[in-house]
Design a binder for this molecule. Structure first.
Ligand SMILES: Cc1cc2nc3c(=O)[nH]c(=O)nc-3n(C[C@H](O)[C@H](O)[C@H](O)COP(=O)(O)O)c2cc1C
Length: 176
């Protein structure tokens, strides 16, 4: 029988958070989340992704506008989170770049939850960083044009209760 286990408990309990306090997270908390991302497994051990942590309000605002434009909405797709962590990866570096970036994102969300932070995976970075504005941002960040957006997490102190998990669907697991 599997006993009490903090990792399994975090995996079961983590939920997407969509309401954040405006107060910025601590530097040590951010660093712990980012480091967890760097320890994700990657195809071939190639460490194909790069992680960009954005806290400068004007750049956060730029990402909000770019994402909303792709979404076709006037709202804030990052739910007002004070930190946005973008994960990009290059198909030129390794064929599993999307899977690699996804592992990085999940590691960071679990690390965030373990520290009492809220996070939510936010989509559309692929289109954002394929656009001329996205390419300009990459250039400014010193990241090659071959990098594509895999995803991002909205990160901050939660300003809501932890939502309940949806029931796990029947047939999720097949044992042969
Ligand atoms: C690939 C991917 C893309 C997602 N994109 C968004 C998004 O753009 N906006 C959002 O609010 N949530 C997004 N989510 C979060 C999911 O909606 C959420 O994980 C799902 O509803 C299950 O809820 P939970 O994370 O609380 O278990 C995304 C999740 C994944 C894995």
């Amino acid at each position: 029988m599997v006993g009490k286990n903090e990792v399994l408990e975090a995996i079961r309990s983590r939920r997407s958070i969509r309401k954040f306090k405006s107060q910025q997270i601590g530097r040590d908390e951010l660093d712990a989340v980012l480091e967890a991302g760097t320890f994700a497994p990657t195809g071939g051990g190639a460490q194909s992704p790069v992680i960009v942590a954005v806290q400068k309000p004007d750049v956060v605002e730029e990402l909000v506008k770019m994402n909303a434009k792709v979404l076709g909405s006037g709202g804030n797709p990052y739910y007002g989170a004070p930190t946005i962590v973008v994960v990009l990866a290059s198909p030129k570096k390794w064929a599993t770049y999307v899977e690699d970036g996804s592992c990085v994102l999940e590691n960071m969300m679990l690390a965030a939850y373990s520290l009492g932070l809220g996070s939510c995976w936010i989509n559309r970075e692929r289109q954002m960083f394929d656009s001329p504005e996205g390419k300009a941002l990459l250039k400014g960040w010193g990241i090659g044009e071959d990098f594509v957006g895999v995803g991002a997490i909205a990160l901050g102190y939660p300003d809501c209760a932890l939502p309940a998990a949806a029931e796990r669907k029947d047939g999720y697991i097949i044992k042969i």
